[in-house]
Design a protein around this ligand. Sequence first.
Ligand code: NAD
Ligand code: WQD
Length: 337
Amino acid sequence: MQNILVTGGTGFIGSHTCAELLKSGYNVVIMDNLSNSKKAVCDRIEKITGKSVKFYEADICDYDATCQIFSENKIDAVIHFAGLKAVGESVQKPIEYYSNNITGTLVLLKVMREYNCKKIVFSSSATVYGMNNKAPYTEDMPTSATNPYGYTKVIIEQILRDICVSDETFGAVALRYFNPIGADKSGLIGENPNGIPNNLVPYIAQVAQGKLKELRVFGDDYDTPDGTGVRDYIHVSDLAAGHVCALKYSENNDGFEAVNLGTGNGSSVLEVVSAYEKACGKEIPKKITQRRAGDIDTSFANAEKAKKLFGWEAKLTLDDMCLDSWNFTKLNPNGIE
Ligand code: NAD
Ligand code: WQD
């Protein structure tokens, strides 16, 4: 049975992917420094799957700790989620973002080389399409960024490309996620943000709970059907399944591939609000405010490459995403503690 190291495995997307890996017959070793998640997530993954995970509280920037994991386990492949991800915070703390995300990835890649581990699936982001491309985004479009967080994704993709050139037996898949939301059907794992959420659905969830007064809709004068921003929301469980498909693909293929994981459809802020209202049976109070700096009008994937390479496509609807988000929120009113 193959052993997969999942960095950032107690986080939002990592935890769902660990559950999917275990269900698909892989052994899972999680490495997380718990900077944005809780160890209790491991128990919940075990509860969902009936299988056990091995957990290391360790930082990917820590070379010795990373070596120890590789020496104690024969790691066949890595799925690399660990990273800081708040766009606004990255503008305030560029050194922390570059150092955690890029130095951490370099340490991980160096240790992988030392232990002859040659397969990696990396969490990239649709943010690499920057401001100058027009949706639907295809993987051959030029990449760019507008903030330090986005640059860490652009740079790490380039590092992976370069490693694949230097070693033709190395395989790297950079998965460009669109807007992951929702939660596992069980309601045991889900998104667990610290403080006031930045992202739309976690914010709406807290308005529905009564923790926040109202949603601020950032602009209704975009060039979109209802004037509000359009994004490609994807259920985190579909995304998790996409990682298992990418892993299987990388078992038989070397070289670098960047692949979008999205549904191929866009929804507006107001459409998301309506779907959430239906899911929770309450009205979500909202007011239109000015645009948020750095936002674009429309982002959605061309999802053909994932279908062609992996045979993967998203199946769950926006209604499913909102129902599962609300189910998780109700069952865990203060997140996972
Ligand atoms: P998350 O914060 O829930 O998970 C990331 C995990 O990594 C956390 O558990 C955190 O504790 C851990 N971590 C951070 N730095 C670490 C380090 N130096 N060493 C060990 N562990 C560390 O975030 P998520 O939403 O699950 O995102 C996972 C990945 O996907 C990130 O790389 C993120 O940039 C990327 N991504 C997320 C989204 C999104 O909207 N959620 C979209 C595109 C890409
Ligand atoms: C979605 C829509 C907002 C909050 C971000 C990152 C991206 C990726 C995913 C990591 C937009 C509107 C939001 C609110 C609102 N993450 N909105 N009121 O900006 O598409 O993507 O997360 O890689 O890199 O930038 O997601 O959920 O913040 O916003 O009106 O309180 O909701 O303007 O149109 P975004 P989001």
